[in-house]
Design a protein around this ligand. Sequence first.
Ligand SMILES: Cc1cc2nc3c(=O)[nH]c(=O)nc-3n(C[C@H](O)[C@H](O)[C@H](O)COP(=O)(O)O)c2cc1C
Length: 344
Amino acid sequence: MIDLSCNYLGLQLRNPLIAGSSGLTSSIENLRSIAKMGAGAVVLKSVFEEQIRYETDLLIESGHSEIKPWNEVFNSIVSETEYYYEEAFNYLTNYAREHTLNKYLKFISEAKKAVDIPVIASINCRTEYDWQYFARRIQEAGADALELNIYVLPSDPEKDSAEIEAIYFDIIKEVKKFVTIPVSVKTGYYFSSLARFLMKLADTGISGLTLFNRPYNPDIDIDTLQISASNVFSNDSEYSNTLRWVALLSGRLKCDIAASTGIHNHQTVIKQLLAGADTVQLVSVLYKQKFDVLPEIISGLESWMKQHNFKSISDFKGLLSRQNVGNFASYERVQFIRLFTGIE
Ligand SMILES: Cc1cc2nc3c(=O)[nH]c(=O)nc-3n(C[C@H](O)[C@H](O)[C@H](O)COP(=O)(O)O)c2cc1C
């Protein structure tokens, strides 16, 4: 008998396949299909700090619009004195925050009722904002764990790396104060000393790291001379960067690793597990091939395990991590030389 079960963030999963956070995980109907098709867990679409700020701005701009009774309250407050402007602003910020948060909390509790796999909530944060308050209520709504989606692009030349890294530590510290459910952090790879930084993140008491988020990337349309979006979805060869870092870090972090980006088939799932990932997150492949791909990947993984006589995931997880392969250069090498590529 093949046993695909695994432990991730202290949760028991029937297999290591997680439907990652995206628009696909924002409806109950989809969550039911994802669970029915065999996923081990699901990360819900993130609630975005930007979205809350945007809703606040909208409310303020539309102080004269149909949003009642909020606009009436706002108008009456601001019309009194300048001093009350701040009060009105806080009032609307709270309203926008509550409105967005309540929708999300309702979704979490509906998700928990709809599926019998672990439900991981997700918040996207750029500052420490009020996430501790959010996090506590997300826990109360029944989420099994919380993934913090933190991605600060280091594009401000005035900010040095310590300042940027501090944002991550501040967010984690605030959130961890208020929740007891497992917390994981999903991030990118724009850090000057990536291994050191991820190790320091893992030392904060988080339960997992999701490596890596694949950011929205801009492109340029040379016909319209406009900025456009580049490929929104990954392709099936984009997994190598994640594979390298999973292999380099596996066994050296005080937390679990979920591999993310470019995982489209059972072969890549197996590679990430061999490199040492505890779980894998799938998104683009679910958009491209729908949820039917999940049973295909599971059966491919099972057949491969049978073929290699592995009975459980732990029989081969990390077998080819940096720690377990004698030759560190395999993962550390960055320059092409003929010896490795066979190409002059
Ligand atoms: C349309 C779309 C929406 C996404 N929304 C979120 C989100 O709300 N939160 C998040 O953490 N990641 C989000 N992501 C990133 C994915 O979770 C994932 O990290 C990324 O797409 C890389 O995985 P993949 O190669 O399997 O697509 C989104 C990705 C796509 C394509």
